[in-house]
Design a protein around this ligand. Structure first.
Ligand SMILES: Cc1cc2nc3c(=O)[nH]c(=O)nc-3n(C[C@H](O)[C@H](O)[C@H](O)COP(=O)(O)O)c2cc1C
Length: 278
């Protein structure tokens, strides 16, 4: 029951794209365009060969200067998983998922390679953190893409960073290694839904950055998204502080989220882990 590219575009943006109407997607691309985060899984284990395939996909991602600055810690020990899950009780999928990884930027290994070759590491800069973060993020996303193509579902868990010290201690994470995200993997127990994204006209610029039309873009997006899924009044963020407006769309929701300090754990963690952030 393959969808046309035009239908996939409409699902993603709630917009028409005439050029894509009637065009058939490559089957893998169809799965990518239909991406949805999955937070409920069947009890089916992920077979070892499937897991190896996902790991190969992750480690096939491009990597800055071929430095390969990532590590993924697969959490197999049930008790350990439950201890991580207990830190984030609002996210029961962390414990329920058949597989769970903690994905880390890893600058330690390449420092050790320098040591092994008898050379000093001379790149203590903010870029070291960025490079390892990007390597880890794109490897994780490549795992997610492969998983979705193969019929599995995933959920990234950035909230592990809220408890980075506790998690680093539990997992014996050494200096110059830092968790960027958890990752749940399993077979989805429900279909899930495609989340409508901002129009490409808001996010893709040609030749120069141009956000002069942002206010209209956001209004249009709020309405299109609300047409697909209205945020129920019970889910309005910080209603005691910001009130209950007549229309509550994505932009109101995200502005409220960003108007409240979310906590900041990573700078102190990275400094303690030996990074120079100057
Ligand atoms: C880096 C990153 C971190 C995320 N962290 C969490 C998380 O901690 N918990 C969670 O339930 N979902 C998390 N998500 C999933 C997002 O909420 C989800 O991608 C977003 O709402 C859009 O929905 P979609 O992925 O279904 O399109 C994360 C996604 C990314 C990319």
């Amino acid at each position: 029951m393959s969808k046309s590219l035009g239908a996939l575009w409409r699902d993603r943006f709630e917009l028409d794209n005439r050029a894509l109407e009637g065009e058939s997607p490559d089957p893998a691309v169809e799965k990518l365009l239909a991406h949805r985060t999955q937070r409920l899984y069947t009890d089916d284990p992920v077979p070892a060969a499937v897991l190896d395939t996902l790991i190969a996909a992750a480690l096939s991602a491009a990597t800055k200067s071929d430095l390969q600055q990532l590590s993924m810690i697969r959490i197999r020990d049930r008790a350990l998983r439950e201890r991580i899950g207990a830190l984030l009780p609002g996210m029961p999928w962390i414990v329920q998922a058949p597989e769970f990884f903690v994905v880390c930027g890893d600058n330690r290994r390449i420092r050790r390679v320098c040591e092994l070759r008898g050379l000093d590491y001379a790149n203590d800069t903010m870029d070291a953190v960025l490079n390892a973060t990007i390597d880890a993020a794109i490897a994780m996303q490549q795992l997610v893409c492969a998983a979705e193509i193969m019929g599995l579902g995933c959920c990234h868990i950035s909230h592990v960073r809220d408890h980075v010290d506790a998690i680093a201690e539990m997992l014996a994470i050494p200096d110059h290694v830092f968790p960027i995200s958890g990752l749940c993997v399993g077979y989805p127990a429900r279909e899930g839904f495609v989340s409508v994204r901002l129009s490409p006209s808001a996010t893709i610029h040609t030749d120069r950055y141009d956000d002069r039309g942002l206010a209209e873009e956001i209004d249009g997006y709020d309405r299109r998204r609300d047409g697909r899924y209205s945020i129920p009044a019970g889910k309005y963020k910080h209603a005691d502080r910001f009130g209950t407006p007549e229309f509550y769309g994505w932009s109101e929701d995200k502005a409220r989220q960003m108007a409240v300090d979310d906590g900041r754990t990573m700078r102190a963690y990275l400094e303690k882990a030996g990074f120079a952030l100057g």
